[in-house]
Design a protein around this ligand. Structure first.
Ligand code: 5GP
Length: 236
């Protein structure tokens, strides 16, 4: 499948049209940003790693009954996906307290939550992706009740599947972010699932194996991305 004109360029990915109006190519860049674009950098070969990891994790959640936009990984940096009308929401799942939740409520990172929390943010860089309630989403007509129910059910399945998968590999899935969209009237999981969008801690040492190494200048960023890629995808 050949790349057509550029459709959209984001912080970590570029979308290209294809000859099929229902399909687009998602190109994974090495660019890394954090804190709403205030910190910028490059993580060498991040695009290649994130494309591989996302493909493997999308396949895993598909097996658990979650429909995703993945069609196939085309090459190192390109994934063929179904075209989505993306909902303007970030769906965040938290199993342990970390990041924004720790800051917002003045809590220590690492507290195990009694039950997972699913929260929604309005995807808007200029506003800093503010927290939004389901009542707001429904009142604004950004999604229907049926779509929200479906999306929560899919999110719970993703959390159960990936928490178990990473636990068996020796890692804690602390939190992650999902994005969903509509394709021919159906809600599909879109975007990516990788170390840019998840917090993963090594169980024994609590070593951070994700983008927090870049956000917090912890060093060993590429090594952590490569190590998790080998664990998730096997060493091809
Ligand atoms: P927090 O809200 O604590 O910053 O993030 C919670 C989880 O969602 C983390 O795993 C983080 O990587 C992911 N996340 C939240 N917002 C974004 C975002 O705008 N971009 C990316 N790549 N991940 C996000």
């Amino acid at each position: 499948m050949e790349k057509g004109p550029k459709l959209y360029e984001g912080k970590a990915k570029i979308l290209y049209e294809t000859e099929n109006p229902d399909l687009v190519i998602q190109y994974f860049k090495d660019d890394a940003t954090a804190f709403n674009n205030q910190k910028r950098g490059t993580i060498i070969n991040k695009g290649i790693v994130n494309n591989k990891v996302s493909t493997a994790l999308f396949r895993k959640v598909e097996e658990a009954g979650v429909k995703t936009h993945l069609v196939e990984r085309l090459n190192d940096r390109e994934m063929l996906v179904k075209r989505l009308e993306i909902l303007p929401l970030e769906v965040i799942v938290r199993n342990l307290v970390a990041g924004t939740m720790a800051r917002r409520y003045g809590l220590e990172e690492g507290i195990l939550l009694k039950q997972p929390v699913i929260e929604f943010s309005y995807k808007n860089d200029a506003l800093g992706d503010p927290l939004i309630t389901i009542a707001h989403v429904l009142a604004l007509g950004w999604a229907t009740k049926e779509e929200i129910d479906l999306l929560i059910d899919a999110t719970e399945k993703v959390n159960a599947t990936l928490t178990k998968f990473f636990d068996e590999k020796g890692f804690i899935l602390v939190d992650f972010k999902l994005e969903f969209g509509r394709h021919k009237g159906e809600i599909l999981l879109g975007d990516e699932i990788c170390q840019d969008t998840m917090r993963l801690w090594e169980k024994e040492t609590l070593k951070k194996m994700d983008k927090d190494r870049f956000r917090r200048d912890l060093g060993g960023v590429e090594d952590a991305y490569n190590e998790m890629c080998a664990i998730v995808c096997g060493t091809e």
